[in-house]
Write a protein that binds this ligand. Structure first.
Ligand code: ADP
Ligand code: MG
Length: 457
C-alpha cells in the first residue's frame, strides 16, 4: 500500500479530501503514473477498467490549474457522453477542496446553444467528446490557447468510434507546449501511432492487475468508556451488517466485549492470543461460514482472517499506531465493494485521534450517536457442525455433502461452506436444520463409517 502523501506533491487539503473520499492509498496505476504526471511529463498508460485512471490524470491536472485565470487549462477527451459525465463527476469530487473550479462537459446530443451560453465564461476544465468539441473550436466558442494538460481517456474506444481525425483536428487548436496524457485499456497499433503523433517522449506504463482499491468511509464517535457497549449495540442494530469485526487493543477487552454481546443475544465470537490454536481455527471457520455475525478481535489474532466481504469494521478503541488503524479498516470493502469503518473515541483517546488525523491527513468525521434505535440482536444464519476425521481420514467435502443431502434429505441450500482440516471437517448448515442434521449425522455414516459430530456453540 502506498499512501498519497508519499508523493510529496499534493497539498494537505487534497490529502484530506482523498481520505474523505475513502481513498486510503494509491492504486497501482496511480502509484506508477502520478510521479511523472505531477512532474509535467507526457505519459501513456495501458490499464484495465476500474484501475483508477481518472484520479491518476485528475490529480495531475488539478495540480496545474490556476483558478484565478478564467481560461480553459485542461481538456479531457472521452468517447461517449456517459463516460464524459463520469469523468466530470470524479473530477468534481477530486476538486472539492478547491473553490470556484468550473468543469464543463461538452458532448453531442445536447443543444449547442445552451453549451455556447455556458461557455460565456471559459471553464477551467472541459470534458468533451471529440466531435462536439471540434464544432465549438471551429465556431470559436471554445479556445484552447491556454491549454496546459490534454487527456485522451479510453483512447482505444475513441478510435473504434471513428474519432481519429476529429482528435487530430482538435489537437491542432492546442498549444504544442502542453502536457499530453493518453489512457487506454488495450494497445492496438493505431494507439501507438496516435501517441507518436501527439505525445513527446512519453513515459509508457502498463499495468496488468485489475484490482482497484475499495473506498472506505470513516466515521468517528466520541463516547465515554462506559458508553461504548450501548453505542456498539445501537450501531449493530441500526446497520445490521452481515458480518462485522470489532477491534480491541487488549485480550481482556476483547473477551469482555464478546461476552457482553453474547449475553445480549448478538451472535458473536472472540479471537485473541489466549485461545488455543484449535479454538482460533474454529473461530475463523465459524465467522467465515456465517455462524457468527460479529467477531471481536485483537490485531495480532486477526492476522489469519481472510474474509471476502466484510461490511463493517468497528474500532472499539483507537489503535496507537496509524498504520495499524489503516490495516484494520482496510479489512472492510474487499472485492471492489465500498466499506464502512467506525471508530470509537473516549476522551482519554483524544490524543490518539489527533495523531491519526495528522499522520493520515484525515478530517475526523464526528457523528452523533443514533437515537431511537430498537436493539434487535443480530442472529447468525448458519451453525457449524464439526465432524471428527478430516483429511487424515481421507474425508472430502463431497462425502460430507453426499451424506447430508442423500441419506438425510437436507437440500443443497441448507448447507453452506465445508472446510476440510487435517483432523476435522467443519460444515455450515442453516440454523433451522442444525439440530436435526447433527442428530442424523451422529446416527448415520460417512463413507460407510460412523462418525463423531459436535454442534459448535
Ligand atoms: P478506470 O478509469 O481505470 O476504469 P476509475 O477511475 O473509474 O477507473 O476508478 C474506478 C473506481 O475506483 C472509482 O469508483 C473510483 O472512485 C475508485 N478509486 C479510484 N482511485 C481510488 C483509490 N486510490 N482508492 C479507492 N478507490 C479509488
Ligand atoms: Mg476511466
Amino acid at each position: 500500500m502506498t499512501a498519497f502523501s508519499t508523493l510529496n506533491a499534493l497539498p494537505p487539503a487534497q490529502l484530506e479530501n482523498l481520505n474523505e473520499l475513502g481513498y486510503l492509498s494509491m492504486t497501482p496505476v496511480q502509484a506508477a503514473a502520478l510521479p511523472a504526471i505531477l512532474a509535467g511529463q507526457d505519459v501513456r498508460v495501458q490499464a484495465k477498467t476500474g484501475s483508477g485512471k481518472t484520479a491518476a490524470f485528475g490529480l495531475g491536472l488539478l495540480q496545474h490549474i490556476d483558478a484565478g485565470r478564467f481560461q480553459t487549462q485542461s481538456l479531457i477527451l472521452c468517447p461517449t457522453r456517459e463516460l464524459a459525465d463520469q469523468v466530470a463527476n470524479e473530477l468534481r469530487r477530486l476538486a472539492r477542496f478547491l473553490p470556484n473550479i468550473k468543469i464543463l462537459t461538452l458532448c453531442g446530443g445536447q443543444p449547442f446553444g445552451a453549451q455556447r451560453d455556458s461557455l460565456q465564461h471559459a471553464p477551467h476544465i472541459i470534458v468533451a467528446t471529440p466531435g462536439r468539441l471540434l464544432d465549438h473550436l471551429q465556431k470559436k466558442t471554445v479556445s484552447l490557447a491556454a491549454l496546459q494538460t490534454l487527456v485522451m481517456d479510453e483512447a482505444d474506444r475513441m478510435l473504434d468510434m471513428g474519432f481519429s481525425d476529429a482528435i487530430d483536428e482538435v489537437i491542432r487548436f492546442a498549444p504544442s507546449s502542453r502536457q499530453t496524457l493518453l489512457f487506454s485499456a488495450t494497445w492496438p497499433a493505431a494507439i501507438a501511432a496516435i501517441s507518436g503523433r501527439v505525445q513527446r517522449d512519453p513515459l509508457t506504463i502498463e499495468i496488468d492487475s485489475v484490482e482497484a482499491l475499495p473506498a472506505i468511509e470513516q466515521r468517528f464517535y466520541e463516547v465515554s468508556r462506559g458508553g461504548k457497549i450501548p453505542l456498539l449495540q445501537k450501531l449493530l442494530s441500526q446497520l445490521r451488517p452481515a458480518s462485522c469485526v470489532v477491534f480491541c487493543n487488549t485480550k481482556k477487552d476483547c473477551q469482555a466485549v464478546c461476552d457482553t454481546l453474547n449475553d445480549a443475544g448478538q451472535s458473536t465470537l472472540a479471537l485473541h492470543g489466549d485461545l488455543e490454536q484449535r479454538d482460533r481455527d474454529r473461530t475463523l471457520v465459524r465467522f467465515a461460514n456465517g455462524s457468527a455475525r460479529v467477531l471481536v478481535a485483537t490485531d495480532v489474532a486477526a492476522r489469519g482472517l481472510d474474509i471476502k466481504s466484510l461490511e463493517l469494521v468497528i474500532n472499539y478503541e483507537l489503535a496507537w499506531d496509524p498504520e495499524v488503524h489503516v490495516h484494520r479498516i482496510g479489512r472492510t470493502a474487499r472485492a471492489g465493494n465500498s466499506g464502512l469503518a467506525i471508530s470509537f473515541c473516549a476522551p482519554e483517546e483524544a490524543q490518539r485521534a489527533n495523531i491519526l488525523a495528522e499522520m493520515l491527513h484525515l478530517k475526523l468525521n464526528w457523528q452523533n450517536a443514533p437515537s431511537g434505535v430498537n436493539i434487535t440482536p443480530l442472529e447468525a444464519e448458519m451453525a457449524t457442525l464439526c465432524i471428527e476425521g478430516g483429511k487424515k481420514a481421507k474425508m472430502r467435502a463431497g462425502d460430507v455433502l453426499g451424506a447430508l443431502t442423500g441419506d438425510m434429505g437436507l437440500t443443497g441450500t441448507d448447507i453452506g461452506k465445508i472446510d476440510v482440516h487435517p483432523a476435522h471437517v467443519y460444515v455450515a448448515v442453516r440454523q433451522s436444520v442444525a439440530r436435526q442434521a447433527w442428530k442424523q449425522l451422529q446416527n448415520g455414516k460417512i463413507k460407510g463409517k460412523s462418525v463423531r459430530v459436535h454442534l459448535l456453540k
